[in-house]
Design a protein around this ligand. Structure first.
Ligand code: GAP
Length: 513
C-alpha cells in the first residue's frame, strides 16, 4: 500500500462501502466519534469477542464471566478515583480555537521522529541489501540513536510532569519542541488544563429527586463490586478471574481516528484476583498470555510491541500496553495493569462492606491483589481490519482488493455460487447453503458473472467461494476457491463441511497459542 494517510482513508471507505462500519446517525450528518456496526461489521466484531471469550473464559477453569449493568451507584466512581482523577490534559490553540490533548500532541511529535527512524532503516536496507542487520544498525547508527534518545527524553519528561500534575511543564515542553497546531501551524497555546472524561446522566423522574449518575468509563468496576458475590457463589479459589465484555463511555476530546478512539466503545476485560506479593509473576504471565493470543491470529509479530508505562494510572504499580502497528503508527491496543488492592480497598472504604478473601491454606483473610487485561473490541476490530486490507496487482495488471482477515474471524465463511442462474444449478447451490448454514455463516449469490462475484467476496474477506457448475449435476463435485491464493480445487460436496471447518474452527486457531 501507499503512504499511511492514504491507507487509512482506504480502510475507512472500505469499511463503509462493504457494510462494516457506518458513521452514527449519518442522515443527520453524523455524531462525532460514534459509529454503528453494519451487517458485516457486526459479524466480525462478534467473532472477535467470541475468540477472546473462548480463550479467556471457556479455556480457563479458574475464570468465569459476568455481565454487570452500565449504570452503577455513583459512589462507585468516587471510590474508583474516576471522579477526581479520570482527566485528560487539554490545551487550546488561541488562533484556531481548536482543542487538543496535550499528551497526544507530544506523542504525535515523537511518532514523527519514529517515522524518521523508519526512513533511515529503509535507506540502509537498500544500501546494504542481503547483508543488512537491522538490530545492529539500530543499535549503532548515530542518527538513529540520537532520534531514539530524543523520543525517550521527551516521553519521560512528559510522564514525570503528568504524574506530578505539573501542567505548566507540559505546556513548556510543547513550546520548547515548537509543536504547532496540526491544522493551522499556529503555536499560540493556552495553559494546559485537566478535563474529566465521564459522561453524566440522571436517574429518576423529577428534577429534584433525580440521582446524578455516570455512564461507566470502564467495565472493570462492575467486576470489582461483584467480587465477593462471584467468589462466594462460584466457590472460587484464588487465583481466579472474572471476565466481562461490554460498553464503556468516555467524552474523548481527540476523536479523529475513526473507531480507534470513540466516545461509546466496547471493552473486553479480565480482572484476575491473586495473593498479595505474587503480582510480578502474574503480571509477566498475563503479558505473555495476551501476546500469544494476538500472535495466534497470524497478523505478523513485527506488528506488535510492548510499551511499559513511565506514567502509571492512579491504581497501578506496573503497566504495559500491547501496541499494534495501525495505519497511523504503533498505538495502544491493549493494557495489562497490575492494579494492586487499590480498587477492592477503595470499595471497602466507601461501601463499609468487607471485600476480603479467606485463604484456607494460609488460614488468614486478605484483600486480593488484581491483575487486569483490558482490550478495546473496536480497536481490535480496527487492527484486524486495517491489517487485512490488501491491494494486489495481478498478472494481467489489474488490481484485486482483498480483505485477508484471519478466516476464523471472517464474517462469512463461504459464498455458494451457481455458475449460471439456470439449468438447475441454483437449486443445487441453495441446497448446499441449506446444509452448511447449520455450522457456518454462508451466503448464496447468483448475481453478475462469477469473476465479479469472486472479487466481491474477496473484498468482504470471505475465505471460500464454492461454485456449482454443470459437471456438479453429474459428479456431485464443486469448485472451491481459496481467497488468499485464488487456487481452485475440485472437491466432493460432502467434503465441504470438513474442509471449511478445518480452516475456520476456533479450536484450530486457539491451539496455536
Ligand atoms: N480498565 C482499564 C482501562 O479501562 P484503558 O487503558 O483506559 O484501561 C483499555 O482502556 C482499553 O480500552 C485500551 O487499551 C483501548 O483498547 C480501549 N479504549 C480505551 N479508550 C477507548 C476509546 N475512547 N475508544 C476505543 N477504545 C478505547
Amino acid at each position: 500500500m501507499t503512504n499511511q494517510p492514504d491507507t487509512f482513508k482506504k480502510v475507512i471507505s472500505h469499511a463503509k462501502e462493504y457494510g462494516f462500519v457506518f458513521q452514527s446517525s449519518e442522515i443527520y450528518d453524523g455524531l462525532s466519534a460514534v459509529y454503528d456496526y453494519a451487517q458485516n461489521g457486526i459479524e466480525l466484531k462478534k467473532n472477535i469477542r467470541e475468540y477472546w471469550w473462548k480463550a479467556m473464559v471457556q479455556m480457563n477453569d479458574n475464570i468465569v464471566g459476568l455481565d454487570a449493568a452500565i449504570f452503577m451507584h455513583p459512589t462507585t466512581w468516587k471510590a474508583s478515583g474516576h471522579v477526581d482523577a479520570f482527566n485528560d490534559p487539554l490545551i487550546d490553540n488561541k488562533d484556531s480555537k481548536k482543542r487538543y490533548r496535550a499528551d497526544v500532541l507530544i506523542e504525535d511529535y515523537c511518532a514523527k521522529i519514529e517515522t524518521k527512524i523508519d526512513k533511515e532503516i529503509k535507506k540502509a536496507e537498500k544500501r546494504f541489501g542481503d547483508s543488512f542487520n537491522k538490530d545492529e544498525f539500530i543499535s549503532t547508527n548515530t542518527r538513529v540513536i540520537s532520534y531514539q534518545d530524543k523520543i525517550k527524553s521527551v516521553l519521560s519528561r512528559m510522564g514525570k510532569s503528568l504524574e506530578n500534575e505539573d501542567l505548566d511543564d507540559v505546556k513548556a515542553l510543547i513550546e520548547e519542541l515548537e509543536i504547532a497546531d496540526p491544522l493551522t501551524g499556529s503555536k499560540n497555546w493556552t495553559d494546559v488544563k485537566q478535563f474529566n472524561l465521564m459522561f453524566g446522566t440522571k436517574l429518576g423522574a423529577s428534577a429534584e429527586s433525580a440521582m446524578d449518575l455516570y455512564l461507566r468509563p470502564e467495565t472493570a468496576q462492575g467486576i470489582f463490586v461483584n467480587f465477593l458475590n462471584v467468589q462466594k457463589t462460584g466457590r472460587m479459589k484464588i487465583p481466579f478471574g472474572i471476565a466481562q465484555t461490554g460498553k464503556a463511555f468516555r467524552n474523548e476530546i481527540v476523536a479523529r481516528q475513526f473507531i480507534f478512539r470513540m466516545r461509546e466503545f466496547e471493552q473486553m476485560e479480565l480482572q484476575f484476583f491473586i495473593k498479595p506479593g505474587t503480582q510480578v509473576k502474574w503480571y509477566e504471565y498475563w503479558k505473555e498470555a495476551r501476546m500469544k493470543w494476538h500472535l495466534s491470529l497470524g497478523m505478523g509479530s513485527e506488528n506488535y510491541r510492548f510499551h511499559d508505562h513511565d506514567k502509571l494510572a492512579h491504581y497501578a504499580d506496573a503497566a504495559s500496553d500491547i501496541e499494534f502497528k495501525f495505519p497511523f503508527g504503533f498505538k495502544e491496543l491493549e493494557g495489562i495493569h497490575s492494579r494492586t488492592d487499590f480498587d477492592l480497598n477503595q470499595h471497602q472504604t466507601h461501601s463499609g462492606k468487607k471485600l476480603q478473601y479467606f485463604d484456607h491454606e494460609d488460614n488468614k483473610s486478605y484483600t486480593p491483589y488484581v491483575l487486569e487485561t483490558s482490550i478495546g473490541l473496536d480497536r481490535m476490530f480496527l487492527a484486524v481490519f486495517s491489517n487485512a486490507l490488501t491491494e494486489e496487482t495481478l498478472e494481467n495488471n489489474t488490481t484485486r482488493t482483498v480483505l485477508k482477515l484471519p478466516s476464523v474471524l471472517a464474517p462469512t465463511k463461504a459464498a455458494i455460487l451457481p455458475l449460471v442462474k439456470k439449468d438447475g444449478l441454483p437449486k443445487v447451490a441453495k441446497s448446499i447453503v441449506k446444509e452448511l448454514k447449520w455450522d457456518f455463516n454462508v451466503v448464496y449469490d447468483e448475481k453478475d458473472a462469477v469473476g465479479r462475484r469472486y472479487r466481491r467476496q474477496d473484498a468482504l474477506g470471505t475465505p471460500f467461494c464454492v461454485t456449482v457448475d454443470h459437471d456438479t449435476l453429474e459428479d456431485d463435485c464443486v469448485t472451491i476457491r481459496f481467497r488468499d491464493t485464488m487456487n481452485q480445487q475440485r472437491v466432493k460436496i460432502g467434503d465441504l463441511k470438513s474442509i471449511i471447518e478445518n480452516e475456520v474452527s476456533m479450536k484450530n486457531w486457539l491451539k496455536k497459542m
